[in-house]
Write a protein that binds this ligand. Sequence first.
Ligand SMILES: Nc1ncnc2c1ncn2[C@@H]1O[C@H](COP(=O)(O)OP(=O)(O)OP(=O)(O)O)[C@@H](O)[C@H]1O
Ligand SMILES: [Mg+2]
Length: 416
Amino acid sequence: MPNENQEVLLKVDHLCQYFKMGPGMELKAVNDVSFDIKKGEVFGLVGESGCGKTTTGRSIIKLYDITSGSIYFKDTRICAGTRSYRDAIKAAKAKFAATLKELKANGAPEEKILAAKEEYKKVREEQLNNIRAAKDDHKNCDKKYAEKLVAAVDAKYKSILEKASPEELPTLQKEYRKERAYARKQKLITQIQMIFQDPIASLDPRMTVKEIISEGLVIRGEKDQKKIDEMVYRVLELVGLVREHAGRYPHEFSGGQRQRIGVARSVIMNPDLIIADEPVSALDVSIQAQVINLLNDLRHDLGLTILFIAHDLSVVKYFSDRIGVMYFGNMVELATSDELFKNPLHPYTRSLLSAIPLPDPNYEKQRKRITYNPLADHDYSVDKPCMREVSPGHFVHCNQAEFEKYQALLAEKENA
Ligand SMILES: Nc1ncnc2c1ncn2[C@@H]1O[C@H](COP(=O)(O)OP(=O)(O)OP(=O)(O)O)[C@@H](O)[C@H]1O
Ligand SMILES: [Mg+2]
């Protein structure tokens, strides 16, 4: 179980991913979402269909040029959008125009006008630098990572080659070249692997299981066929399949087995983070449990960190250390799994919890579905909401009035 001091592996900071829907229209699939995942943790991301869970996952693995915000993996910025910086320039420009108008109307001295202009230019320059840095990080993070690895290989071999005898030199030089070429092909982003939502569409029907599972290794520069075969057999066994499956095609498998192939494809890359996008929702209940148990075992055996996406809170409850609840592109509540089930505060989370049936006839007789109606449940006409920490580690998307109400509610519960 991760604790407060544990290393943050992934940090999603004000992520926005907007899709163009025609001239002047945008769909805010993910809107200002922030969370972090600690090393060794399972972070559950839940919410109804279309709320932006998959888009969040796909943004993390760089399938999009994100609109705004940053994503850090192992303290390196791997994704960055530029919209917020461009908006800041626009706002500074509008402010400057208004100030200029006012100064001129009041007949203000030239120095004041120049000072306002200087201030605008400073903001603009600062934001342009931010934009350049964001584009550079987004585009070149893998290149910079590979350069670091190459430098490490160079450093390692420098002294080895200096000390080597003339007989040893050719072999060592060959090894050096091989290791250097391998390092040059490494990517930070391959340490994050995604298990895709649809086990049928995500496997190429024309490739054998072995080709599918080993594809990432080959791209990464692995050429030794024997080594590849061995690794494929090993992960097949790890996910509960057998080596004889390696020569078969995806259509020859059941849904649960296909999902295992998806898991094997991710695990073979020896990733630090796996994004499991609803890995069990297409499966029937008994198989769901098998795949969840498989992920749980792998998590412990391989020390994986997992972002587990689901639309059903009951699925993530036992598996996740912390849970984030999304609604319409926004994160509305974030807490440890226990806290979220014990003290759900946001009305949407409460409505999700009220939908979970329990095998208890008495409870079921009394169970009332709570429906979430954003217009009736919140009054955001004046005071706008943002993520606020209601109790340590428990964040809710709310305005000041709601924040005070939630705090009072928690205090009341504690005293009861
Ligand atoms: N490539 C795209 N282009 C345009 N709109 C998209 C694209 N991908 C997703 N969307 C829209 O973004 C919103 C969020 O979609 P997303 O797939 O992230 O939802 P989800 O939470 O994963 O839902 P589900 O539980 O059904 O998988 C939806 O309204 C969807 O229609
Ligand atoms: Mg999805």
